[in-house]
Each structure stands twice: as C-alpha cells, then as structure tokens.
Design a protein around this ligand. Sequence first.
Ligand SMILES: [Zn+2]
Length: 82
Amino acid sequence: MICLWCDEPILPGERFVDCLSGATHQECMLRQVVGSVAHQMKLCNCFIAGSKAGDPDTVTRREAARVAADLWFRFTQFHLDD
Ligand SMILES: [Zn+2]
C-alpha cells in the first residue's frame, strides 16, 4: 500500500489508517487533522495574515508529518498506545 498523504509505502508493522479512499500512515493521518507544526504554533496564515509558514520544504512530507504528530503528542501528552 502507498500512503495517500506522503506517497511512501506503508511497510509491514507500520501503523496506518485504512479508509474508503485508501490508507495513510498513522502520523500522516494525524498531520491532516492537527495541522503542521507552524499551524499548531499559530504561525501559519490561519493565524497571521500573509504568513508563508507551513510544512518545511527541506524534509519529506512524511518527516514533516512525524514532527507534527510528535509535537501534538507533546502538547496533549496523549498517546495512542494508552
Ligand atoms: Zn504517509
């Protein structure tokens, strides 16, 4: 399976969400819900008119999703394993 968000393969043992339109890595699904790091820090154009802040273009889409998901976990101290 290929992740709908990052276009990387979903490998055996990786957590993913399967829905009607396809599958996404768990972190990629979470990124779509909670937003980028910039969004969570209220630095994107949702909060600052004209802001260009978003996912960094120096990392892959999945890497950006991992960082966004990790930040969300740190903010909420919520873990899907709990
Ligand atoms: Zn993905």
